[in-house]
Design a protein around this ligand. Structure first.
Ligand code: PMP
Length: 394
C-alpha cells in the first residue's frame, strides 16, 4: 500500500499487519451484535455494565465547582486514589508523586515508549504478545524485539530474555497475567528476570527498564495471588487499566506507577506528565478522574468468569482440542487442529462461532477465545466447535 504517510507510521502498520489483515478481511465485522452468533473474538462486554459503574459516572458528571471540567492534567484526588491502591497491592510506598493517570494501558504504554526510547533503541516483548506492542513500539520510533516463549505453557523464559538483550535494549514489557497465554509469572521467575535485567543494566551503563503491563492483575482464578514485577525490580513502571476489571474498555482510564526507588523517580514522573501533554493531552477525561475513587472498589464477577473458564475448558477438551487452563485474564488459547488456525477459524465462522486466529498474536497454530462471551454463547458454541473439529480432522 502506497499511502503518503510517515515512514514511522508505515512501520507501525507493518508491525501489526497480521492484526489488520484479520480485522479488514473477516466476516465477523459484519456480524458484531447479531444475536445468532457466538462471539469470542475481542475482550469486549456483551452484557450490561455493572450498575455501580454507571452510578459512579453519573455522580461524577455533576459539577461541584466551576473548575470541574477544566484542564487539570492528572488531578490530585485521582493520583491519591491510584497511589493508595498500588501501595496496598504491592507493599511498595508509592506516593502521588510517583503516579500519573492515563487513557488506559494503551495510553500508559504509548507515553512510556515515547519517553524512554530513541530511534535505534530496542524495546523487547514476550511472544505470544498483546497484538499492539510491536506496532506501538514502532510508532514511538523504536525497534520492537520479539522474545519467543515455548508452548504449551509459555513460561517466562529468563534465558531467552538474557539472550535477546543488546546494548540498545531500553526496556522489556512483561505482561502478567498474560494476554493471550493466561499465565501469571511466579515470584521466582520474576526474581530471576530481575537479576538478568540488573546485570544487563550494569553492562549497558544505563537501566534496562521493566514495563509491567498489569492490565489483568485483578482477574486471577483459583484463589491465586498476583505478584507485581515491581516487587522484584526497582526500575519498573507499572501500567494498569480499569477497562478489564470493570469490562468497560471504551471508557479510557488507567495509570502508570513509577517505582519509588527508581533513580530520579519523581523527575521521571514529571517527564511522563510532559510526554502526556505533547503526545496529545493523553490524560483521562475529568469525569473518569472524578470517579476513579469509586471505580477502584468495583469489579466484574470473577467467580462467574472462572465458571465460564471451567465450562469452556472442559467442553473444548471433551471435543479433543488441546489447551491449558488460564490462571488469570479472560482468554483461552487452544491449539488449532489445522497447522494454520485460519482454516479452523473459517470452519467455526461457517457455524456462527467467531474466534481470533493465532496469527494476530504471532502464533499461527493457535486461536484465542475471549470469555467475555455470555454463558448462553458458550453453551450454543460447543456443538459448533465439535462439528468444525470433526471436519478439520476428518
Ligand atoms: N495490554 C494488554 C495486555 C491488553 O490486553 C490490553 C487490552 N486488550 C491493553 C494493554 C490495553 O488496555 P486498554 O484498552 O484498557 O487501555
Amino acid at each position: 500500500m502506497d499511502l503518503p504517510i510517515s515512514q514511522t507510521m508505515q512501520q507501525a502498520r507493518g508491525a501489526m499487519s497480521a492484526f489488520l489483515d484479520f480485522f479488514e478481511h473477516t466476516p465477523w465485522a459484519e456480524r458484531i451484535g447479531d444475536p445468532a452468533i457466538c462471539d469470542f473474538v475481542a475482550g469486549n462486554p456483551q452484557e450490561m455494565p455493572i450498575p455501580a459503574f454507571v452510578e459512579a459516572i453519573r455522580a461524577a458528571a455533576v459539577p461541584q465547582d466551576p473548575m470541574w471540567f477544566a484542564y487539570a492534567q492528572a488531578q490530585p484526588s485521582a493520583l491519591s486514589a491510584v497511589a493508595q491502591s498500588l501501595r496496598a497491592r504491592t507493599g511498595i510506598p508509592y506516593g502521588t508523586e510517583h503516579m500519573t493517570v492515563t487513557t488506559g494501558s494503551f495510553g500508559g504504554l504509548a507515553v512510556l515508549f515515547a519517553t524512554l526510547a530513541d530511534p535505534g533503541d530496542e524495546i523487547a516483548y514476550l511472544s505470544p504478545p498483546w497484538f499492539f506492542y510491536a506496532g506501538m513500539i514502532a510508532a514511538a520510533g523504536a525497534t520492537p524485539v520479539r522474545i519467543p516463549l515455548s508452548p504449551p505453557r509459555f513460561d517466562l523464559d529468563v534465558d531467552a530474555v538474557a539472550a535477546a538483550i543488546t546494548p540498545r535494549t531500553r526496556a522489556i514489557i512483561v505482561n502478567t497475567p498474560n494476554n493471550p497465554s493466561g499465565r501469571i509469572y511466579t515470584p521466582d521467575e520474576l526474581q530471576r528476570l530481575a537479576a538478568v535485567l540488573a546485570e544487563a543494566s550494569g553492562r549497558n551503563g544505563r537501566p534496562v527498564f521493566l514495563i509491567a503491563d498489569e492490565s489483568y492483575n485483578r482477574i486471577v482464578f483459583d484463589g491465586r495471588t498476583f505478584t507485581s514485577p515491581a516487587t522484584a525490580y526497582r526500575d519498573t513502571f507499572v501500567v494498569y487499566t480499569y477497562g478489564k476489571t470493570l469490562l468497560t474498555p471504551g471508557e479510557r482510564i488507567g495509570y502508570v506507577g513509577v517505582h519509588p526507588e527508581m533513580e530520579n523517580a519523581t523527575t521521571m514522573r514529571e517527564a511522563l506528565f510532559g510526554a502526556q501533554v505533547v503526545l496529545g493531552y493523553k490524560f483521562p477525561n475529568r469525569i473518569l478522574q472524578h470517579a476513579i475513587g469509586d471505580l477502584e472498589a468495583l469489579s466484574i464477577d470473577i467467580d462467574h468468569l472462572q465458571h465460564k473458564r471451567d465450562r469452556m475448558v472442559e467442553g473444548l477438551r471433551e471435543i479433543g482440542l488441546e489447551l491449558e487452563s488460564p490462571e488469570g485474564t479472560f482468554y483461552l488459547l487452544p491449539k488449532a487442529p489445522t497447522a494454520d488456525s485460519r482454516a479452523f477459524v473459517d470452519l467455526l465462522a461457517a457455524r456462527d462461532v467467531f474466534v481470533l486466529p493465532g496469527s494476530t498474536v504471532e502464533l499461527p497454530g493457535y486461536f484465542r477465545i475471549s470469555l467475555t462471551a455470555t454463558d448462553d454463547m458458550i453453551e450454543r458454541s460447543l456443538p459448533g466447535f465439535a462439528a468444525a473439529f470433526k471436519e478439520a480432522t476428518a
